[in-house]
Design a protein around this ligand. Structure first.
Ligand code: FCB
Length: 441
């Protein structure tokens, strides 16, 4: 690895990120059913019909996994709490084993000198709430605030940071318009409501966290660069629409109390009545902004109804999941978030990494030079942004360990650490060792 810890300002934090459903093993510990279980058990939704039932069995192996975080010399462990593990029915009686688990996890972080970075929701909605309409139902904001309160009451005194919802775009658009993630809808009215209710729930949860005295509260947004496929005005409009849906709707709601015009052009008729009055709740002051960045998309105009755009195959080298490697997009979004939205708040890269078809070599090692190069290229963009005056304060790799990559199942390997799904053995990859060397030197 070309970068060293000393290339970054004093206090700059390095971390690794995971999420509950992707690693814990949802069948264990009394967790309730989630819409990801339902989605994954429906044929055709997930590659190989795989589920998170066992995943990486992190529920039982979290101590060894946190040893790996600490062993790399990382500072932060970003994890999420499963709503249905804490509240099996989404509301009502908590599952004591679930709360105990997150309590132990946070203490285990602190024992190893790691800062626990909590995300309350990383996509596995309790099925009981999905039955009531899930993110389409305005009441989800109150259900979510109650969940935030239960978690904050138990571990809020010891987490380093807290964010309500991982990647609102995935919760809203990908899951309700594109149908790619649970609940797998392709419905414009459901999309408009989910996208708005996600922000309302974010605001209500921030309020709940503050009431419990939780500090250092932020939001985590994923951005994807829109690369216009040609010079035509129609294509420019398509790329602008993509950028607005993906990158500007959620940040706009929280930091500017408005939704971008190219999104309203399609979604306004489908938003819930009185949505403009919700910005008082949505626009809660935050302490930091998290950016998850992976790739860009080549966007072209397409005939037909809004959003009238199509994704095309791009020319750049791609990762195992077909995502173009475009580090410049990370620098672009760090500057954009700083200038257009965050207004000086600390920014963290809360996820960045690549999927690779990693295999175990004859000597038991896992060589992944492309991953080390990917991390280096993106760290160079972080440095460039810092040099340009953007207050970037940390960089967290997705992911600590290979895991359940949602609709793509267990095939894509994003980890710094290889997981053999036959015996669940963990093997640090070459990129893990490279990162550890960079951080210790
Ligand atoms: C992000 C998600 C994370 C993982 C990575 C590859 O969008 O937050 O769970 O799926 O992509």
């Amino acid at each position: 690895m070309q970068h060293r810890r000393s290339d970054f300002p004093t206090g700059f934090l390095f971390g690794a990120a995971t999420s509950s459903y992707q690693i814990e093993g949802h069948a264990h510990g009394g967790a309730g059913r989630t819409h990801w279980d339902d989605f994954a058990e429906t044929p055709g939704n997930v590659a190989g019909a795989e589920t998170g039932a066992l995943a990486c069995d992190h529920y039982h192996r979290y101590g060894a996994d946190l040893d790996l975080v600490a062993g790399a010399g990382l500072d932060v462990y970003r994890f999420s709490t499963s709503w249905a593990r804490v509240l099996p029915e989404g509301r009502g009686a908590p599952n004591p084993d679930g709360l105990d688990f997150y309590d132990r996890l946070v203490d285990a972080c602190l024992e190893r000198g790691l800062k626990p970075a909590l995300t309350l929701y990383h996509w596995e909605l309790p099925s009981a709430l999905a039955d009531l309409g899930g993110w389409r139902n305005r009441d989800v904001a109150d259900w979510f605030a109650d969940f935030a309160d239960v978690v904050a009451a138990r571990i809020g005194d010891r987490v380093w940071s807290a964010a309500p919802i991982n990647e609102p775009w995935c919760v809203g658009w990908l899951s309700h318009f594109a149908g790619v993630h649970a609940p797998g809808l392709r419905d414009i009215r459901a999309t408009a409501r989910a996208m708005h209710h996600v922000l309302l729930a974010h605001g209500r949860a921030v309020q709940a966290l503050r009431v419990r005295g939780v500090g250092n509260v932020g939001g985590v947004f994923n951005c994807e660069y829109a690369d216009a496929a040609d010079q035509s005005p129609e294509t420019a409009r398509a790329a602008e629409t993509y950028d607005a849906i993906y990158n500007r709707f959620f940040l706009g709601g929280i930091f500017r109390r408005e939704y971008p015009e190219p999104v309203l052009a399609g979604l306004a008729p489908h938003l819930p009545g009185g949505w403009e009055r919700d910005f008082d709740t949505i626009a809660q002051p935050l302490d930091w902004v998290g950016l998850n960045y992976y790739t860009r998309k080549r966007i072209a105009a397409a005939p037909g109804a809004w959003p009238a755009l199509a994704e095309q195959d791009g020319p750049l080298p791609k990762t195992q999941v077909g995502w173009e490697i475009y580090p410049q997009g990370l620098g672009h979004f760090l500057r954009m978030i700083h200038h257009d939205y965050a207004g000086g708040l600390p920014i963290y890269v809360t996820e960045n990494g690549m999927a690779r078809d990693d295999t175990i070599g004859p000597d038991g090692s896992v060589a992944d030079p492309e991953r080390t190069a990917y991390l280096d290229a993106h760290l160079a963009e972080v440095r460039g942004a810092i040099d340009a005056g953007v207050p970037v304060r940390g960089y967290f790799v997705w992911s600590l360990i290979d895991n359940f990559e949602w609709a793509l199942g267990y095939g894509p390997r994003f980890g710094l650490v290889h997981v053999d799904y036959a015996d669940l053995k963990r093997r640090p990859k070459a990129s893990y060792h490279a990162l550890a060397a960079a951080l210790s030197s």
